[in-house]
Design a protein around this ligand. Structure first.
Ligand SMILES: [Zn+2]
Length: 507
């Protein structure tokens, strides 16, 4: 500072301007976004206005006049919203090679929450890597139940854990909580979590809850035992008085279609009784997983079970192969089409494919839901929007989820007004996973922003072209810096790791 003063003095003597040298009171660079329709994330009606950013934060919202040093950006009357928070994402899979996070930022997503479905481990390493080699989105994570089981039980995981084994999982989870995990995630329809019982999950959830964390779950069954699975999540929230979130909620079998009213009544009743229960949901009737997930007992030669699957869970015409290492020519074909090719019945084809090496791991996209049930669930006031997506794969959700809600669901189907859709992508999402200072257009919040055109925003990805970029997302800022503009990423890596900030227990 002293040297600068001297230089300034010397400059004055030489008669040159001092502006560039006056570093005594450094001002953060400010940006003024003018002439926007502000959708602030709270659900309030859109209003015309301006927003000022200094450094990585929003500093003012309202009708603002430019001040010296403002870099002005004309929003041209487009909608300005908080950046979208994807509370259930698998997009971390490609982030090391695709640091610009195209699949995410092209949808307006500025924060992804990973470690889902019982995955998620080594968070201290993940977060320090993201600090050394940042990406274009913020990343928060849950700690997964699966890695805890794997480390304690190894290959011998196809059973309940003993009390001693559960005790050995606890400090491993505590270490992840200390590293900044948002809470515990489970994937109870997948190996190895499927072999756990409720007492094991309860014991581990307590560790997360005691650390101020939450519980998020791909529930034990999205089809046959749906009601018991929802009850399990509610029991965890009630027992430990901790927030619990149902991941990508769905009524995932033919026999459940149309029971959405009953499901919402169960959720509302739990909330009314004091359980802090929420959910996330993606706007598609199809899910993506593997063929083996249809068989909860993992008995892949069970003909009765195979018959039950195709009659009561998902029709053969609505099971599409996304990857099958031994039969790459099946990619994009339905189980019914493959059955025709092979000249066998649908049930026999399912059994035959499962009997092949790698058969149960074959990637599939399959219909789980009725359109009308998706519509009712996504309207539930405590359900926030997620993608469950990734940057590769056959499912269009990886590139299309958020624009699909803003476009078709808001504009065409009129499920809710645009401000409610934005609330479900921002402040509600932040609250449901415990993020502070993101998700609203408010002074003091981080400047994660998305400028979009409500009249044109829409998904373009579909089955067969899953990586097609959405339209109508104009500009995206992450921590005050533009990461996406003119339909392209900018190569600015201003995303940050987000460690747990909010105590989970509310009372
Ligand atoms: Zn899942």
């Amino acid at each position: 500072m002293h040297r600068l003063l001297l230089l300034a003095t010397a400059g004055a003597i030489a008669g040159v301007t001092l502006v560039a040298l006056d570093a005594r009171t450094p001002q953060p660079s400010t940006m003024l976004i003018r002439n926007a329709i502000l959708i602030d994330g709270t659900g309030a009606a859109p209003v015309r206005g301006d927003l000022r950013v200094a450094g990585d934060r929003i500093v003012a919202v309202g009708t603002l006049a430019p001040v010296d040093g403002d870099r002005a950006i004309d929003a041209g009357g487009l909608a300005l919203a908080p950046g979208f928070i994807d509370t259930h994402s698998h997009h971390d899979r490609g982030l090391t090679t695709g640091r610009d996070a195209l699949a995410m930022v092209s949808q307006g997503i500025t924060t992804i929450v990973v470690g889902q479905d019982g995955g998620g481990s080594g968070l201290a390493t993940l977060f320090s890597r993201l600090e050394k080699e940042p990406v274009s989105v913020n990343v928060a994570s849950y700690a997964g139940h699966g890695p805890l089981r794997s480390r304690v039980m190894g290959e011998d995981f196809k059973r309940k854990a003993t009390a001693d084994e559960v005790d050995r999982m606890k400090p491993l989870l505590q270490a992840e909580m200390d590293a900044g995990a948002l809470g515990l995630s489970t994937g109870l329809e997948y190996d190895p979590g499927i072999y756990s019982d409720r007492s094991e999950v309860l014991a581990l959830a307590k560790v997360a809850g005691d650390a101020g964390g939450r519980y998020i779950s791909h529930v034990r069954s999205e089809d046959r035992w749906f009601w018991e699975s929802i009850d399990e999540v509610i029991a965890i929230g009630r027992t430990h008085n901790m927030p619990v979130q149902i991941s990508h909620i769905k009524l995932g079998m033919l026999d459940l279609w149309g029971q959405v009213g009953k499901a919402i009544a169960v959720l509302d009743q739990a909330r009314a009784s004091g359980v802090h229960l929420t959910a996330d949901i993606y706007p598609y009737t199809y899910w993506q997983s593997n063929l083996g997930v249809f068989f909860p007992t993992r008995n892949f030669s069970d003909r009765e079970e195979a018959t039950f699957v195709l009659e009561h869970v998902t029709r053969a015409e609505e099971i599409i192969f996304s990857s099958f290492s031994r039969q790459p020519e099946y990619t994009g074909k339905t189980l019914a089409q493959v059955a025709v090719l092979r000249g066998t019945s649908n049930v026999q084809t399912l059994l035959d494919l499962l009997a092949e090496p790698g058969g149960s791991g074959a990637g599939i996209v399959a219909r789980g839901m009725a359109d009308s049930d998706v519509e009712r669930l996504i309207q539930w006031p405590f359900a926030n929007v997620c993608s469950d997506g990734q940057s590769t794969g056959l499912h269009p959700r990886g590139f299309g989820s958020f624009p699909r809600v803003l476009g078709p669901f808001v504009r065409d189907r009129k499920l809710f007004p645009v401000e409610e859709a934005v609330r479900k992508m921002t402040s509600l999402a932040a609250a449901n996973v415990g993020l502070l200072n993101r998700g609203r257009l408010a002074a003091g919040h981080f400047a994660d922003l998305v400028l979009f055109d409500p009249a044109t925003v829409a998904d373009r990805s579909d089955f067969g072209r899953a990586q097609a970029q959405a339209v109508g997302i104009h500009t995206v800022w992450v921590n005050g810096q533009i990461v996406f503009q003119d339909s392209k990423t900018t190569g600015t890596f201003s995303g940050r790791p987000i460690r747990r900030e909010l105590p989970g227990r509310l009372r």
